[in-house]
Ligand binder design. Structure first.
Ligand SMILES: C[S@@+](CC[C@H](N)C(=O)[O-])C[C@H]1O[C@@H](n2cnc3c(N)ncnc32)[C@H](O)[C@@H]1O
Length: 281
């Protein structure tokens, strides 16, 4: 079997696993794990353009914040994000205390931008409303001591920031990681989607089925879900090393120096993961 065929077989078997996890796969897309409204009615056929545009306009998902769904029609996504950031700023003193408690418990592993995916055994950190262990705006220095953590994990977070903002978050992570500590970052693999669009290997069509055209499916990776930056393994490794981490390498989903690997099964098929370490000890 050629390397290309092996990659394709591996991809298809990961995809099959994901489909088993998503009972309504045909109507979902990878960002639906955030609770966003699916774009499609069930069934494998493409929707027509107007249906697609209407579904996109209506997409918004559900919030865990009381009254938030009721207020949604009156608040743009930007206003909602700003409201979360303000609420997170207000709760900073409480969050600092919670962070200290987490430190005391020891063996700190930080899951930054945890969203609805609180990981057991990790300190989950996100904006107010995500029900994380610690509510914190990742653009600010983390409320943890220097060199206190053994591992930091971010999955589908950096694409919601500019590359410069993402680098600032990684610098904060570098400070709190102990020498030898591991950072693992997963982002939607825009390179995978772009290659698939160009060569027509079916991956794009499998990951985002039912769009009126393949270009609309490709464009979602760059423009939808609040994405403001696009990544591939090369870019992610470059940025991680630029911050000071060493040995940045692309790792397959589910394979990690962190045991067990923290990756979310539903994310793996469209995600590129890079892992690196703080130099030393
Ligand atoms: C696409 S969701 C991913 C959630 C989770 N990691 C997952 O894979 O399901 C992106 C998450 O990043 C969080 N996020 C984005 N910017 C943030 C910031 N400045 N501070 C804290 N969290 C942030 C959002 O609140 C959201 O929960």
């Amino acid at each position: 079997m050629s390397a290309g065929t092996a990659r394709s077989v591996a991809h298809r078997s990961r995809l099959a696993a994901t489909r088993r996890l998503c009972s309504n796969w045909q109507m979902s897309n990878p960002e639906d794990a955030d609770g966003r409204t699916p774009l499609h009615a069930s069934g494998g056929d493409s929707v027509d353009l107007q249906q697609y545009l209407d579904a996109q306009a209506a997409a918004g998902g559900h919030s865990t914040i009381p009254l938030s769904d009721l207020l949604r029609p009156f608040m743009s996504p930007a206003v909602r994000l700003r409201a979360k950031q303000v609420a997170t700023a207000v709760s900073r003193p409480v969050s600092r205390r919670k962070a200290r408690d987490e430190e005391v418990a020891g063996g700190l592993k930080l899951h930054l931008g945890s969203g609805g995916n609180n990981l057991a055994g990790w300190t989950n950190v996100d904006l107010v409303g995500a029900r994380a262990d610690v509510a914190w705006d990742l653009r600010r220095p983390l409320p943890f001591a220097d060199q206190i953590a053994g591992a930091v994990f971010l999955e589908h977070v950096l694409e919601h920031m500019t590359v410069s903002e993402g680098m600032a978050v990684l610098r904060h992570a570098f400070r709190v990681l102990a020498p030898g500590g591991i950072i693992r970052v997963g982002v939607p693999d825009a390179g995978l989607y772009a290659r698939s669009y160009a060569v027509g290997d079916g991956i794009l069509d499998d990951l985002r089925p039912g769009r009126p055209t393949r270009m609309l499916a490709l464009g979602e990776v760059f423009q939808e879900h609040g994405h403001v930056s696009a990544w591939d393994g090369e870019t992610l490794a470059l940025v991680i090393e630029a911050v000071g981490f060493s040995g940045a390498v692309v790792m397959a989903g589910g394979e990690s120096q962190i045991v067990p690997a923290p990756d979310s099964a539903v994310r793996i098929p469209e995600t590129v993961y890079v892992e690196a370490a703080v130099p030393g000890p």
